[in-house]
Design a protein around this ligand. Structure first.
Ligand code: FE2
Length: 368
């Protein structure tokens, strides 16, 4: 693929960024890659999260609008669970795009909340799965069944690597938790096109993925409890497929899970900067933000959103993460899902006005 092809593909919506096409001065980007899409407005809806806080306050902050879904009783009630799912609706001029990112744990909660929040499951322009843990892909097979034959033509699911579809296990002192395995062939048989976006990739012409995330910080490590079951040597889940974070193991063995294929999803909002959504952040929230900055050539971070997976982290790592956040200096931080109270309290201590607490059913409008 030539540079011209890369730029052309980027312009039509499914290409890879021209990362090398930036002018840099003193290590800082001075020009944005011409293929980075920019949107006027992004409405990010937290379709499912770990909590549903009916007392959470909404309203206009300096440069975002936070809308909450109040208490509903009966069939209109939202459901929370240990899982994450988003609806991302962006606008550029007259053009509107909808992306579904992650699919929570159970179809009961995901499909209920789509209905309550008036999200049309078949209306998506693209799908993104952040990584292969059940609290993110759990309801995806049910979703694919529900929308089979009803979606826009060629609906594509963007995954970050082969390992998204490998069998995962979490080993805890109380025993192992089988995370199961997302079946790629079954999704394709329902009509979804699956793309492995190992490099930064434009999604639906409006958003982009980070591509696989280099591990730059020395304090962000994958969770010690996470394991993969190594597949046969000639399969996509063979440990030889896991690139720079490769680990050794024989087929059938539990090997350390380095989340090689976990990727973040991001937008560039006109006049605001980057909105980076980490989902579960096993590659490190700071690594994820740095990768999106590098891929786009854009330094300004408007918001960092998602699970940062620091709930099990020791204080020292939380403190280093908070210091790195201070250096990135986003306008807003929205710590969801697996971030942990430890990190939320630490962030609140140093940047209380930047912190926006999430809740199932919360809609944050960027570029409002
Ligand atoms: Fe998660």
């Amino acid at each position: 693929m030539t540079r011209r092809d890369v730029l052309r593909l980027g312009a039509i919506g499914t290409g890879i960024f021209a990362i090398g096409g930036l002018t840099r001065l003193g290590g800082r980007a001075v020009a944005q890659s011409p293929s980075v899409p920019t949107v006027d407005r992004l409405a990010m809806t937290n379709v499912v999260d770990n909590i549903y806080d009916v007392f959470a306050k909404g309203g206009k902050l300096d440069s975002i609008m936070v809308e909450r879904t109040g208490l509903r009783i009966g069939a209109d009630s939202l459901l929370a669970e240990h899982g994450l799912a988003y609806h991302l609706e962006s606008v550029r001029g007259q053009e509107r795009r909808q992306i579904l990112l992650d699919f929570s744990l159970t179809e009961r909660n995901l499909l209920n909340n789509y209905k309550v929040l008036k999200v049309d499951p078949a209306g998506a322009d693209a799908l993104v799965i952040s990584h292969g843990h059940a609290d993110h892909y759990g309801a995806l097979p049910d979703y694919a069944q529900l929308v089979q034959g009803k979606t826009k033509p060629g609906l594509t699911l963007f995954a970050g690597g082969e390992d998204t579809f490998c069998h995962r296990v979490v080993v805890t002192p109380g025993g192992s938790i089988d995370q199961g395995q997302l079946d790629r062939a079954a999704l394709e048989s329902r009509g979804l096109a699956v793309v492995l976006a190992k490099q930064p990739t434009v999604v639906a012409g409006h958003a982009f993925t980070s591509g696989q995330i280099p591990r730059l910080t020395d304090f962000e490590k994958p969770p010690a409890a996470a394991r993969l079951i190594a597949g046969p040597m000639d399969s996509a889940c063979s440990v030889t497929h896991f690139g720079v974070t490769r680990v050794e193991g024989k087929p059938g063995e539990l090997v350390s899970d380095n989340f090689q294929g976990e990727h973040a999803t991001a937008f560039h909002v006109k006049g605001r900067g980057l909105v980076v959504i980490t989902s579960c952040g096993h590659a490190g929230v700071i690594n994820s933000v740095r990768q999106v900055q590098k891929a786009t050539g854009i330094d300004k971070v408007h918001a960092v959103v998602g699970g940062f997976h620091l709930a099990p982290a020791p204080d020292e790592i939380v403190a280093k993460t908070v210091e790195a956040f201070k250096s990135i200096d986003p306008d807003y931080i929205i710590p969801m899902h697996c971030t942990g109270l430890n990190t939320i309290i630490a962030l609140y201590g140093v940047m209380p006005k930047k912190l926006v607490m999430p809740s199932t059913g919360t809609r944050v409008i960027f570029g409002a």
